[in-house]
Design a protein around this ligand. Structure first.
Ligand SMILES: Nc1ncnc2c1ncn2[C@@H]1O[C@H](COP(=O)(O)OP(=O)(O)OP(=O)(O)O)[C@@H](O)[C@H]1O
Ligand SMILES: [Mg+2]
Length: 262
């Protein structure tokens, strides 16, 4: 059994990525434990989104290794050697900082697609057999009650609605590890609070692990069990939120200087 197996859900060791002249990540290592929430903060361009994309393997690593321990007794799966679609199947799911095109599907239909994806059903079959998706109605409706839309049978219109739709879609995939890239950016305060509550509940009640990037630091301080501080492609500090918040390096490189929040 691996030395990390009892607690770790994911380990990243020495990951590096260069884009042309930019060293986006240099030798980054960290561990994500079961059921804990990790805030990832740092100035614009620090490498936060790149780090998440490396975990999802939606871009190739130059160096390093990411291992996922889906089952606590397992030796782990080296996900940095697997294609991106296989990683989602293992239970690693990511929301998007920049919202994708939801214009071709209604809110309700795109949520049904997520359920179909999870069940590995062909979506036409799913839509064709009402019985198959009726059992998922309650789950979808539960999310829609909590995070209401103007018209769930219409299209997501505002940036905020697209953001919420992306979050619900990811939750319907029943992730073991949820990667959230600025999930509350552009949401009204009441919706932001509901999203935070929902994420907290997923972690505490369903043991989902969460890695969250946010420039709204109230979200980070309220939600995180641990915070990782990144700058210039490195994770410089890892610790509890109270410690990170007061740390002079964080104040100097991020909090004290007018970073561009969105
Ligand atoms: N596909 C790409 N091609 C070229 N350079 C890239 C690419 N993706 C990211 N970069 C560069 O890598 C660095 C890290 O970018 P990244 O998007 O990971 O930062 P971030 O911490 O998510 O920033 P933000 O807070 O603005 O979202 C930046 O200098 C960025 O310009
Ligand atoms: Mg980013």
């Amino acid at each position: 059994m691996s030395e990390h197996a009892p607690l770790a859900l994911l380990t990243a060791k020495g990951i590096s990525k260069r884009f042309g002249g930019v060293q986006a990540l240099s030798d980054v290592s960290f561990t994500i434990n079961h059921g804990e929430i990790y805030g990832l903060i740092g100035p614009n361009g620090a490498g936060k989104t790149t780090l998440m994309r490396m975990i999802m393997h939606s871009i190739k690593l130059d160096r390093g290794k990411v291992t996922f321990f889906a089952d606590r007794s397992s030796e782990g799966v080296v996900i940095s050697a697997r294609p991106a679609y296989a990683i989602a199947r293992l239970g690693v799911v990511k929301t998007n900082q920049v919202i994708q095109d939801f214009e071709k599907l209604t809110i309700w239909d795109s949520l049904l697609f997520a359920v179909a994806e999870k069940r590995d059903e062909r979506s036409f079959r799913m839509f064709g057999e009402r019985r198959l998706w009726a059992e998922h109605e309650a789950e979808i409706q539960g999310y829609l009650d909590l995070l209401p839309f103007d018209n769930p049978f219409g299209f997501a219109k505002s940036a905020g609605e697209k953001k919420l739709l992306d979050i619900i879609r990811c939750l319907l995939l029943r992730p073991k590890l949820l990667l959230l890239d600025e999930p509350t950016a552009g949401l009204p305060a009441d919706m932001r609070d509901r999203v935070m509550e929902l994420i907290k509940k997923k972690a505490t009640e369903e043991n989902v692990s969460v890695l969250i990037v946010e420039h709204d630091l109230n979200v980070i301080w309220n939600l995180s069990d641990y915070v990782h501080f990144m700058a210039e492609g490195s994770v410089i500090l890892q610790g509890n939120p109270a410690w990170i918040r007061e740390h002079e390096t964080v104040v100097e490189k991020y909090l004290g200087k007018g970073h561009v929040g969105r």
